[in-house]
Design a protein around this ligand. Structure first.
Ligand code: CMC
Length: 428
């Protein structure tokens, strides 16, 4: 029996529920037996007060603006680590030794190629298809090509399919880009790093040698680290819910990609840059601030606000610094960065945003960097999906390995008609 109990008074009866403690963060009231003992459900649309699972991967303290992966602060990981190392950490729980990192990187590198028949999949899409539409389709279709790793009860199968997903996402995303611009697909070059290989497959052409710019490679790798995992967000919860039915990992990750696409989630990076370009010059900011505050106007400041962070998103701080590094390395300037900095300052000093604790999130600055590197806005969310794949597979593995795992099945508060008799068509 848990030490702490929560008491619920219902219709004159008192019911006790255990209160469970994590290693950090709020305790949770375990209401799993509530329906059985009280005949009542809880009501929490959007899961604002619901912990849907136990997890040892990522911790967020939204009030303090803290994000930890397996205990390590995101700022330290972004500055000192690499995406391959963070991937290993998320999947295995500890930082790798040098040999473990080499082995892991070698394994991922050896899975970067895509079944050649999958190239034909791309031809079925219109040239102007959104890369996220292609990603949903192609990643889901992987299950038709890699049957040998879809037995989810076998830990070895789970490991191979996880490695395949992490390794093939850059190839799939780069091919989506190449298809949209009408250039030939490039095969992976396994002499390059994970990130360098992705940049070459995206921007290289067969006729010329592609030179990876180290500063761009490092910035891109940082962006991947910043997006690697984020606790039980909408797309991760989608992956878990899909996986809870026993669906294969490729289908689950495809479901996660579909959820990520929305502008309230991963699609916000595309929407944020489009918004900044629409604002254009700093003198137009006040007009957009007023629109964002107007209840009758659906406009919101994209890249601002977060369900969990009620403080500065620590990922946005790293992003802002990385913009400067990329501009310097590429010797570019984009006036939209000045607009973004001023917009941030005006919003942070505005009562509406202060009272509602709305701060820049990861998506506010990421688009400016990606655009400077050369990505069209439509690719932004695909890059988010590429990086988040490691978080999705780590969360999915954690769930499947949990012996207490059951199918996710929420209930509802029904507000439709009560039972009534069918009326034949000629009597209506
Ligand atoms: N601009 C203006 N007002 C806002 C904004 C915004 N960006 N975000 C929230 N608000 C207001 C909202 O109108 C509401 O006001 P009131 O209480 O008067 O009704 C209040 O703040 C709380 O907002 P909410 O929508 O109830 O909060 P939520 O936790 O359900 O939504 C959010 C969080 C991220 C969907 C929302 O802040 C938003 O739409 N932001 C813009 C989209 C965005 O940048 N999304 C990326 C999130 S980070 C990356 C990721 O996780 O994918």
């Amino acid at each position: 029996m848990a030490d702490k109990q929560a008491k619920l008074e219902l219709g004159g009866e008192s019911h006790d529920f255990p209160v469970l403690e994590g290693t950090c963060g709020p305790d949770v009231v375990d209401i799993r037996k509530m329906y059985g003992t009280t005949g009542k459900f809880t009501y929490d649309p959007g899961y604002k007060s619901t912990a849907s699972c136990e997890s040892a991967l990522t911790y967020i303290d939204g009030q303090e603006g803290v994000l930890l992966h397996r205990g390590y602060p995101i700022g330290q990981l972004a500055e000192k680590s690499s995406f391959m190392e963070v991937s290993y950490l998320l999947l295995n729980g500890e930082l790798p030794s040098s040999d473990e990192l080499d082995d892991f990187t070698y394994t991922i590198t050896r899975h970067t190629m895509l079944h050649d028949q999958m190239r034909q999949f791309y031809q079925g899409f219109r040239r102007d298809a959104h890369p996220m539409a292609i990603m949903c389709g192609v990643v889901g279709a992987l299950s038709a090509f890699y049957h040998d790793s879809t037995d989810i009860s076998d830990p070895e199968h789970r490991k191979i399919s996880s490695h395949r997903l992490i390794a093939k996402m850059p190839t799939i995303a780069a091919m989506a880009y190449k298809y949209s611009v009408g250039q030939p697909f490039l095969y992976p070059d396994n002499s390059l790093s994970y990130t360098g290989n992705f940049l070459r497959m995206t921007f290289g052409v067969p006729a010329e040698e592609y030179e990876v710019i180290p500063e761009v490679e490092s910035a891109m790798d940082k962006i991947f680290i910043l997006h690697a995992d984020h606790e039980q967000n909408a797309s991760t919860s989608t992956v878990r819910l899909a996986g809870s039915s026993g669906a294969n990992p490729f289908a689950c990750i495809s479901a996660g990609i579909a959820c990520l696409w929305g502008p309230a989630h991963g699609g916000a990076n595309e929407a944020a840059l489009n918004m900044l370009r629409e604002i254009g010059t700093p003198d137009r900011i006040p007009h957009y601030i007023e629109r964002a505050k107007d209840k009758n106007d659906p406009f919101r400041l994209m890249g601002f606000g977060h369900r969990v962070y009620k403080n500065y998103d620590p990922r946005a701080a790293v992003m802002q610094k990385t913009v400067r590094e990329v501009f310097e390395a590429l010797n570019v300037k984009d006036p939209v960065f000045e607009t973004a900095l001023q917009l941030e300052e005006i919003a942070l000093n505005d009562d509406y945003f202060r009272e509602k604790k709305l701060f820049p999130n990861v998506d506010f600055y990421s688009g400016i960097i990606l655009s400077a590197i050369g990505f069209p806005t439509t690719m932004f969310t695909a890059l988010f999906a590429l990086a988040r794949t490691v978080g999705w597979v780590a969360q999915w593995n954690e769930m499947i390995s949990d012996p207490g795992q059951v199918i996710g099945r929420p209930r509802q508060l029904y507000t439709g008609p009560t039972q009534r008799d069918y009326v034949p068509l000629d009597q209506r």
